[in-house]
Write a protein that binds this ligand. Structure first.
Ligand SMILES: *[C@@H]1O[C@H](CO)[C@@H](O)[C@H](O)[C@H]1NC(C)=O
Ligand SMILES: *[C@@H]1O[C@H](CO)[C@@H](O)[C@H](O)[C@H]1NC(C)=O
Ligand SMILES: *[C@@H]1O[C@H](CO)[C@@H](O)[C@H](O)[C@H]1NC(C)=O
Ligand SMILES: *[C@@H]1O[C@H](CO)[C@@H](O)[C@H](O)[C@H]1NC(C)=O
Ligand SMILES: *[C@@H]1O[C@H](CO)[C@@H](O)[C@H](O)[C@H]1NC(C)=O
Ligand SMILES: *[C@@H]1O[C@H](CO)[C@@H](O)[C@H](O)[C@H]1NC(C)=O
Ligand SMILES: *[C@@H]1O[C@H](CO)[C@@H](O)[C@H](O)[C@H]1NC(C)=O
Ligand SMILES: *[C@@H]1O[C@H](CO)[C@@H](O)[C@H](O)[C@H]1NC(C)=O
Ligand SMILES: *[C@@H]1O[C@H](CO)[C@@H](O)[C@H](O)[C@H]1NC(C)=O
Ligand SMILES: *[C@@H]1O[C@H](CO)[C@@H](O)[C@H](O)[C@H]1NC(C)=O
Length: 572
């Protein structure tokens, strides 16, 4: 023990001489904003998130006046740059502006010595109507400082506005953005479900298009929701190995208690997920920019435009008999509304409605004499809604909204639960047509495989391997450019928890392709081995002109890393 400690300590001293700050990043396309446009960059906030639980950063933000008339911009990006040095868990970050959630992120776990830094450039062009006026900007980043946790997230957020011109016309924008939020003025505006979250919303009477965007992430006992077991099979499993309520999750939107649409969530793995050292310096896909979900609520225009408040509900349901999930999911959303040029009320009716309130599901189990347990959960959900409406200016619209979604989840609990594997696949097609023109389209496929092997009976050391994809051909609404992303991450690593300092390693191979309807392209192949970038090629017309020098950081000791496993097990 003494020798080992000495060795580790010497190693640390050597590293502090030779190492450099670790630059973490999530692979993503650079925002397709015009680089040659006039730009105005303003600082929104600067904050050291130390003990910040319940103490969000709340500032007033006003748009620039020297990049054209407010709202006339061709694009807007946010630059989040954070440094940290010490020990800390990953934390969720929720950006709210004008009571609308505009970005959900999470923090890479820091390390001590030279620490870490990351920058993420987020495209917020679709929120131009919010940025056109002064308002309250809130960054909620609930961090804890306590014995054993001293990592502070030192955070700066800038906004860059891109002026429009003949070459770069103003970005398309909604006439109005309506929050589906808690309207809190002192913290993030997402709601914690269960129970379901409902609010009353009043739409303009001349609405002719209503497009929803939804935010959702599983946290607490729902962080590894895809590893949860159906309640009926829990008695077959070794105790404490995972949670109940099954692995199927469906985000539902209801209008006046009638189902309007659903989303099968992508499984974002946070950077403390299972093997923290696998997610350095390449984070899991989505960790810095969680995907959101898009539905066309236009078929409900006939119900919503009477000038009265209407109840809209967001909830998360499971495949269990009572459809409930554990604590907790953070959800919020917004409606991008298009209004008619006349002030007159839109009139119409829902012509056809075919949707079960919940997905159709099945579950089966196979148990072996040796105690092995395998189970499978499947789900499908089909929705078809048709409406017709006539705008005040005399345009009639026939709108259809169709969703056809499939889901399967197979889990293996082998060798007394020391092997725990999940094979999940959520996929589907969603499309809305307005007079036969596609308005919203989402073809997605999210295969996920994770194999965990515990190497000691007390669970203090383990291996895991991940194969995770995000394939999505998405047109979010007629206001937002459609894009296609093919993303795959294959990664694996080892982690050991010890009072003398956690150790671990990891490899990560990330392949990413982006193409959009405006002709922008971006590709990246990047691999890492134990904090070192071993291969990195970017391509496409969005690729940076000068490619960043890859950093080499050799840190064998991961004192800063905290791992979490399914079932709330372990581990600090
Ligand atoms: C982002 O902001 C940081 C400072 O907070 C700055 O150093 C960096 O250059 C900015 N990155 C871009 C791409 O604007
Ligand atoms: C990180 O924090 C440690 C103390 O925990 C300190 O010794 C070290 O100098 C810090 N590194 C940087 C880059 O500030
Ligand atoms: C937030 O502030 C707005 C405007 O002052 C107010 O209408 C709203 O009720 C406040 N929200 C809460 C939850 O207090
Ligand atoms: C919506 O408004 C109705 C009528 O004023 C009220 O009874 C109901 O509680 C409100 N619902 C919510 C979720 O605020
Ligand atoms: C469970 O699945 C594993 C992996 O496919 C297989 O080797 C094993 O035989 C299965 N056991 C049972 C009881 O179904
Ligand atoms: C499982 O645990 C039992 C009792 O603790 C033990 O006898 C058996 O050898 C273990 N089996 C395996 C495959 O580890
Ligand atoms: C866990 O068990 C391993 C041996 O299998 C041992 O080396 C280690 O100290 C144990 N860890 C804890 C925290 O008990
Ligand atoms: C997980 O284990 C299965 C069965 O042994 C194997 O086919 C699959 O490739 C493994 N997954 C990863 C990501 O290594
Ligand atoms: C990670 O550590 C484990 C355990 O020491 C070792 O077996 C494995 O080869 C290491 N992997 C890499 C990529 O260094
Ligand atoms: C990381 O790269 C540095 C510099 O090339 C090298 O010295 C070090 O051995 C590498 N570390 C690993 C774990 O490969």
């Amino acid at each position: 023990m003494g020798n080992l400690l000495t060795l580790l300590f010497t190693g640390l001293l050597l590293h502090s001489v030779s190492a450099v700050v670790l630059e973490d990043f999530q692979v993503a396309q650079p925002p397709p904003v015009p680089r040659d446009a006039k730009q105005c960059t303003l600082q929104i906030l600067q904050r050291d998130f130390a003990f910040s639980f319940g103490s969000a950063e709340v500032v007033t933000f006003s748009p620039p006046t020297d990049c054209g008339l407010p709202g006339s911009w061709s694009g807007i990006t946010l630059n989040l740059t954070v440094t940290s040095n010490g020990t800390q868990f990953d934390r969720l970050g929720i950006f709210t502006f004008q009571n609308v959630e505009i970005w959900r992120t999470s923090t890479p776990e820091p390390s001590r010595g030279d620490g870490i830094i990351w920058t993420y450039i987020k495209d917020v062009t679709r929120y131009i109507p919010l940025f056109a006026k002064p308002g309250t900007f809130i960054l909620q980043l609930d961090n804890l400082i306590q014995p054993g946790l001293d990592g502070i997230y030192s955070t700066t957020v800038h906004a860059t506005f891109y002026a429009s011109s003949a070459a770069h016309p103003p970005a398309k924008k909604a006439d109005l953005i309506i929050p589906l939020s808690t309207f809190a003025n002192n913290t993030g505006d997402d709601a914690s479900v269960p129970p379901s979250f409902s609010l009353n919303v009043t739409l303009p009477q001349n609405s002719v298009g209503i497009y929803a965007e939804l935010y959702a992430s599983g946290n607490g006992n729902e962080e590894f929701w895809y590893f949860n077991a159906p309640n009926q099979f829990l008695p077959d499993l070794p105790p404490g190995i995972t949670f109940g309520q099954g692995p199927f999750r469906e985000l539902r939107v209801l209008v006046e208690d009638q189902l309007a649409g659903v989303a099968f969530p992508y499984a974002t793995i946070f950077t403390g997920g299972i093997i923290p050292t696998v997610w350095r310096p390449i984070t899991s896909y989505g960790a810095l920019d969680l995907p959101t979900y898009f539905l066309d609520l236009s078929p409900f225009i006939p119900v919503l435009v009477d000038g009265k408040p209407h109840k809209i509900t967001l909830d998360m349901s499971s495949a269990e008999d009572d459809h409930t999930v554990l604590q907790n999911w953070f959800v919020s959303g917004l409606l991008q509304v298009i209004t008619d040029s006349s002030q007159k009320r839109t009139i119409g009716s829902i012509k056809s409605y075919s949707a079960d309130p919940f997905a159709q599901t099945s579950a089966s189990v196979s148990t072996g004499a040796n105690g092995d347990v395998n189970f499978t959960v499947t789900a499908t959900h089909k929705i078809h809604i048709e409406s017709e409406y006539l705008s005040g200016s005399g345009k009639s619209t026939h709108v259809t909204w169709t969703q056809d979604l499939q889901y399967s989840n197979i889990q293996n609990y082998l060798k007394n639960g020391s092997v725990q594997n999940v094979f999940q696949h959520a996929q589907g097609n969603c499309v809305s047509l307005h007079n036969d023109i596609v308005a919203v389209a989402d073809s997605f496929s999210y295969p996920l495989n994770i194999n965990i092997t515990l190497l000691s009976s007390n669970g203090s050391s383990f291996n895991a391997a991940f194969d995770h994809s995000y394939n999505r051909d998405l047109l979010p609404s007629p206001l937002i450019t459609g894009s296609k992303i093919s993303e795959n991450q294959i990664s694996s690593g080892f982690f050991n928890i010890s009072p003398a300092g956690n150790t671990g390693n990891g490899t990560n191979a990330n392949t990413f392709e982006y193409i959009d309807a405006d002709g922008n392209t971006y590709g990246r192949k990047v691999t890492a081995l134990l904090n070192n970038i071993t291969f990195d090629v970017q391509s496409g017309n969005l690729a940076p002109v000068t490619v960043r020098q890859s950093t080499s950081v050799d840190q064998g000791l991961f004192e800063g890393s905290h791992a979490r496993l399914p079932g709330g097990r372990v581990v600090s």
